[in-house]
Design a protein around this ligand. Sequence first.
Ligand code: DGY
Length: 324
Amino acid sequence: MKRPRILLTRRWPDAVEQRLARDYDMVVDSADRPLSARQLRAAMSAFDALCPTVSDRIDTAILSVPNACVRMIGNFGVGTDNIDLEAARHAGIAVSNTPGVLTEATADIALLLLLTAARRGGEGERELRAGAWSGWRPTHLLGMELSGKRLGLVGFGRIAQAVARRARHGFGMAIHYYNRSPADPAVEKELGATRHVDLDTLLASTDIVSLHVPGGAETHHLIDARRLALLRSDAILINTARGTVIDEAALADALANRTIAAAGLDVYEREPAVHPALLRQDNAVLLPHLGSATIETRSAMGHKVADNLDAFFGGRPLPDPVIS
Ligand code: DGY
């Protein structure tokens, strides 16, 4: 039987590439840079499956090329806001993602941002490397202590709960969350978590706000200038979800005017571009979308895509269906 032709739009961990090469006619874009829309359109008629990353935009123009062969998209990522799902459904293309395996790694990065922003680690490191550290002094780079502070989680899925667990059990923080539906009572009890039914109230009453909602039209600029103005002047905003959830220009203003104390960001509206005004803010901790970047997690994500491809081409139900 002819082996399915698959395209990996980036380099993947070696073990996963080797696994896929055994069963598929695989092309890896070894340039490891985003493919152009033209290249992606051409790929639609040259492969049976595309395996994009969360930074490849698979939009209607790509999904509606005539004479397409692609029948399945195995997204290397849990978020699928890079894919026009309606257009994929319309074109009869199955889509899978990689839930579950990046929860702990992403929660770790949220905590890294939270600690770095609260304790001004980025400012300190820059000062030291610039040779500008004049030595220990009682008022040097004072930050916020986490113990006893209120953490407000916007969205309360797997990653938010993993962040809450670390914050509660590791740092003694009080957990508040905003979510459409209440969490499992056992989870609420374990974390001592309080649910807010109104986002504005949560924003106004917590010390650190961490975002955990999916990207897409529904959450676009959920945190805009009006909502940023609700935050306390000593508040810290953390985003490991999607850049589009925050109006970056408004956030840069809030940081510059010190209407909030700091922000820790791992994701941006137009990656890999970062709003230039954010780059100028000393109280912004900025990471290049490292949430899932551990050896263990990236391998697990790759194997998940492989499991979904195997199921699809083996005629079995997708283990992680977004569209089946
Ligand atoms: C995802 O999988 O959605 C993440 O953003 C990648 O780290």
